[in-house]
Design a protein around this ligand. Structure first.
Ligand code: CA
Length: 222
């Protein structure tokens, strides 16, 4: 799950992105509304956290412009406490939800989960074959046994599982699991797929995570 955080205050931006990264989300930062529109137009984010107070274009204007451009990425607006008009204006501009500052990390994560879930059309648990992934507790079990994953391994498997047993294109994996610093010349996707294969091997000769040459990967139980 890849999230765009739009916030000009460094302290808030780094606090929010750290909390999200610790929970296996991929995070990109935009410090202005103009930059946010450019990034959200170029990348299909799973959700956007949009501060209402920004230099230049306001969060409201950004939201309106994105919706006018038919970009329907779920938007969580960050607003100031007590300003009812601001929240109403945000929702009217096309935001899906709002969170008033200051907020607790637990609430931020719960709102982001709700928004991305609505988008992905799936609930807390993702299941395929004997794999069970709990998106809330960030936990993977296989036939009841817990398997420890790093944040990036978790994000990659979550994406593959959300589409299993369909083939997921490598470019889509990069768009949803890696951030803007991803260098397409590297073989990082392959490296992470191989790490996952070691942690969740298939039966006998068949791999649970199959390579579809020239396209991408899919989960396929024997
Ligand atoms: Ca701000």
């Amino acid at each position: 799950m890849r999230i765009l955080v739009v916030e000009d205050e460094r302290r808030v931006a780094s606090f929010v992105s750290r909390a999200l990264r610790e929970n296996s989300y991929t995070v990109d930062l935009a410090e202005s509304g103009e930059k946010a529109i450019e990034m959200a137009t170029a990348t299909p984010y799973d959700s956007i956290l949009l501060d209402i107070r920004l230099p230049g274009l306001s969060g409201i204007q950004v939201c309106r412009e994105l919706r006018d451009a038919k970009i329907d990425t779920p938007i969580l607006m960050l607003t100031a406490r007590g300003l009812v008009e601001q929240r109403v204006e945000g929702l009217d501009a096309g935001a899906d939800d709002y969170l008033t500052k200051p907020f607790a990390v637990a609430e931020l994560l719960a709102r982001v989960r709700a928004l991305t879930r609505r988008r992905a059309g799936s609930g807390r648990m993702l299941r395929y074959a004997d794999l069970e992934l709990d998106r809330h507790d960030r936990r993977l079990t296989r036939a009841g046994r817990t398997i420890a994953l790093t944040a990036k391994e978790f994000a990659l498997l979550e994406f593959l599982l959300s589409r299993a047993p369909e083939v997921v294109a490598r470019t889509e994996i990069i768009e949803h699991v890696w951030d803007t610093h991803f260098d397409p010349g590297t073989n990082l996707v392959e490296v992470y797929v191989n790490r996952l294969r070691q942690k969740i091997p298939g039966d006998g000769n068949s791999k649970l995570i199959q390579t579809v040459h020239g396209v991408g990967y899919r989960l396929r139980a024997a």
